[in-house]
Design a protein around this ligand. Structure first.
Ligand code: ADP
Ligand code: MG
Length: 322
């Protein structure tokens, strides 16, 4: 690399984020030293983005920096943990100044929005790969887990579903749906490149939740994890799926399929005891009830007229499936 490893870290990452009082020692020593307040637990998660697998080689470095942290923040949101610290393992083919500048500024923007501090990492040469580990704080015993859904719970999602999937489909399949204008395409592209993790909603919705997950691999796949871990089933009313105005312009069946199966939404899916649903809906306008937890052990999809729907599409993304 033209820039030495140490000057690269110093120039781009040492002062990337603001300082938190619970960081005794940040970047620069062999380890960071962090303080966990009494009564809290640390939630830890890691996500890796590989060029050609998770992002296109020509994506803007600014968007990539933002998204690398955003997808990790989304895991903290799904557990009800408040973002605190993160580490960054960066593998780069070269030390391209423009790329590093863009990447660091996108990363810094996501970090500033969520008050999370970069406290260390590792920098190596190789095929472009970004690994981030996030650490969040949650009241002991109060994390929102996948295994706590109860029969009769209402199932909610935040925001709208399928937007990122539509953008990805346009790119991968060279698909130009006549229904979408330039503004729609721009909106969908932003949803793919700049996901908005729902951490800011946790203080409002956390108190109502039984089980939660973030939607990264598609609603059916991720809700499926809640059902499997909780040993329950669900019935989803597909007519209730929240769709953005842009997605609503597409043929209804296609929009529905994207909302159910496409990945990269980074919305939350969670279950709430039926008795608390009215209070939740009063407190938070960004959530939509899409169905109910059942004792059937299967996931049933209903259309507008109450008929069962069968989907042919692959239900979510799995790196190792054929
Ligand atoms: P060591 O050789 O002890 O593993 P390094 O030389 O890899 O340490 O890193 C020196 C310091 O810079 C450490 O505090 C490390 O956490 C930090 N660091 C290295 N790479 C990054 C990075 N990409 N982002 C943030 N901090 C980094
Ligand atoms: Mg060391």
């Amino acid at each position: 690399m033209a820039l030495s490893e140490f000057s690269l870290i110093e120039r781009y990452f040492s002062r990337l984020t603001g300082h938190r009082d619970d960081v005794t020692l940040g970047i620069g020593d062999d380890c960071a030293l962090l303080q966990c307040p009494p009564g809290k637990e640390i939630a830890v998660s890691m996500d890796t983005l590989v060029e050609g697998v998770h992002f296109f080689a020509d994506v803007s470095p600014e968007a990539l920096g933002f998204k690398s942290l955003a997808v990790n923040l989304s895991d903290l949101a799904s557990m009800g943990a408040e973002p605190a610290w993160f580490t960054l393992a960066l593998t780069l083919p070269d030390s391209d100044d423009n790329w590093l500048q863009g990447f660091a500024s996108g990363l810094a923007r996501a970090a500033a929005e969520h008050n999370i501090q970069l406290v260390g990492g590792d920098t190596t040469r190789g095929p472009r790969t970004i690994s981030i580990q996030v650490h969040g704080l949650v009241e002991q015993g109060h994390a929102l887990r996948r295994d706590a859904a109860k029969v009769g719970d209402k199932i909610y999602v935040t925001g709208s579903l399928g937007d990122a999937g539509a953008a990805l489909k346009q790119r991968l399949e060279n698909w130009t749906p006549p229904e979408l204008n330039a503004q729609d395409r721009q909106y969908l592209q932003e949803r793919l490149e700049y996901p908005a993790p729902r951490n800011h909603l946790i203080n409002i919705i956390g108190q109502y939740v039984n089980a939660a997950i973030d939607i990264s691999d598609g609603l059916l796949a991720d809700l499926g994890h809640i059902l499997e871990r909780s040993g329950k089933g669900a019935e989803i009313q597909t007519a209730l799926l929240p769709l953005s105005p842009s997605l609503k312009k597409l043929p209804a069946e296609l929009a529905r399929e994207l909302a159910l199966t496409a990945g990269d939404d980074y919305e939350l899916c969670f279950t709430v005891p039926a008795g608390l649903a009215p209070a939740l809906e009063q407190d938070c306008k960004l959530v939509t009830c899409i169905g109910e937890i059942t004792d059937t052990n299967s996931l049933i999809l209903k259309d507008q007229s109450g008929k069962d729907i069968t989907l042919n599409a692959k239900q979510g993304y799995d790196h190792f499936s054929a």
